[in-house]
Design a protein around this ligand. Structure first.
Ligand code: 5AD
Ligand code: FES
Length: 355
């Protein structure tokens, strides 16, 4: 009868919290894993064929006013070597990325007050006017509704803000008291109401994470229905209180990628750098578990190592072109095809409309 909870997930694209916990108890059962992987791949092919979308990630500042306990660039890490990219440097990354075929740029950074709302809006307008055929994604943390609105009006299309954990006690264990799960969730709903395509997500195996926390994450994802979900294993950083903690499990991350694909069949789901850091074929395995996005780095190599969220991060020495070529080969080896499209959600509609 152990198949029944997996069957219910496949049938209903949803489960209750106790059912998710039951399913997580079966995450090491090879029969269940196979069944869910097969269904995840079927759905990903149904909606996206063999396409893998690519996003050019520009890590433009590693200054951050927050002090998330797991993160290597948190404010309290005095050993972090800080940098900021100028507008020209950011635009150069976009120019190079465009030539390489990227049609989505992701501006990611710590919560850095140097980049005021006006500076950000100006940057967004400039990128969107130079590259009207590209999608622009922001990933710059918690802001007010007004700031999000300003960025949206300036032309930003998407926003990534991982919720990190949907369990408030667990959230409090990972973050200082000034931060709260409710504030994070409010931001996500604000972003959605402003018409952004929104990405939520969490780390797998973060310190103190239980099966119940993961079940809370899955319930939240189904309820919130983000267009994108970023998950990757937790990896300890030597300069944090969690330096000696164990890293998250690659296997569990792959299992969860399949579960999330079934839960939200059309979701844009990256095979993350963290997954590729823990396992040399992690990203390929991610694609084979239901992921359909990769996010190589476009930031200048001189600063790559300084965007140091966790130890041993891959791709910090390669030029953007090398990274793109490498990924193209990896995607191909997993049986998929890297495409130069914006890669918006809801592909099926386009297929139905005959586009
Ligand atoms: N291990 C894995 N992922 C991490 N992140 C931050 N620190 C770590 C870590 N030590 C993730 C967070 C954040 C994203 C940008 O990187 O989930 O949202
Ligand atoms: Fe960056 Fe392989 S993907 S070097």
């Amino acid at each position: 009868m152990k198949n029944s909870v997996a069957d219910r997930l496949i049938q209903n694209h949803d489960l209750t919290k106790p059912e998710f916990m039951e399913l997580l108890d079966l995450s090491e059962d090879s029969g269940i894993r196979e069944m869910l992987t097969r269904e995840a791949v079927r759905l990903r092919k149904l909606y996206y064929g063999d396409k893998v979308y690519t996003r050019g990630l520009i890590e433009f500042t590693n200054y951050c006013k927050n002090n998330c306990y797991y993160c290597g660039i948190r404010r309290g890490n005095k050993d972090a070597v800080r940098y900021r990219l100028t507008k020209e440097e950011i635009l150069d990354c976009c120019a190079q990325g465009y030539l390489l075929g990227f049609r989505t740029f992701v501006l990611q950074g710590g919560e850095d007050a140097y980049y005021t709302d006006e500076i950000m809006a100006d940057l967004i307008r400039e990128i969107k006017s130079r590259y009207p055929d590209c999608a622009l994604t922001l990933s710059i943390g918690e802001k007010s509704y007004e700031s999000y609105r300003l960025f949206r009006e300036a032309g930003a299309d998407r926003y990534l803000l991982r919720h990190e954990t949907a369990n408030s006690e667990h959230y409090a264990r990972l973050h200082p008291a000034q931060m709260s799960l409710s504030a994070r969730i409010q931001c996500l709903y604000d972003l959605k109401s402003l018409g952004y395509q929104v990405g939520a997500g969490f780390m797998v195996g973060s310190p103190g994470q239980t099966k119940e926390c993961l079940a809370d994450d899955l319930v939240f994802l189904k309820e919130f229905e983000p267009q994108m979900v970023g998950i990757g294993p937790f990896i300890p950083h030597h300069g944090t209180r969690y330096a000696k903690e164990k890293a998250g499990s690659v296997e569990l991350t792959l299992f969860l990628l399949s579960v999330i694909r079934i839960l939200l069949p059309q979701v844009l789901l990256p095979a993350t750098t963290a997954l590729g850091t823990l396992d040399p074929r992690g990203r390929e395995k991610g694609l084979s578990a239901g992921a359909n996005v990769v996010m190589p780095n476009l930031s200048p190599v001189t600063h790559r190592k300084q965007y140091d969220l966790y130890d041993n991060k891959i791709c910090t020495g390669e030029e953007a072109a090398e990274c793109r070529g490498c990924l193209e080969r990896r995607v191909k080896s997993a049986g998929y095809r890297l495409v130069n499209e914006r890669g918006d959600v809801s592909c099926k509609k386009e297929v139905d409309n005959g586009f």
